[in-house]
Design a protein around this ligand. Structure first.
Ligand SMILES: [Cu+2]
Length: 73
């Protein structure tokens, strides 16, 4: 299991939080999603053996929330 923090600058409100949480929680291999609106960060627990970070980034991109940077947590 890996923990990662994504910088997602377009996060601005609870609507963004819901959209991102719904999109990521439905992905196989993602076990936990937490969006922090004030800091515009997404905290993720995921299994790198089941889903690649690139796939997670692509899904966020499709939802309209491009990832600016990622950091291991
Ligand atoms: Cu919003």
């Amino acid at each position: 299991m890996a923990k990662i923090v994504l910088d997602v600058p377009d996060v601005s409100c609870e609507h963004c939080e819901r959209t991102i949480t719904r999109a990521l929680q439905s992905l196989e291999g993602v076990t936990s999603v937490r969006v922090d609106i004030p800091t515009k960060k997404v905290y993720l627990d995921y299994d790198p053996g089941r889903i690649a970070l690139e796939r997670i980034s692509a899904v966020l991109d499709e939802e309209g929330y491009p990832v600016a940077a990622s950091h291991s947590a």
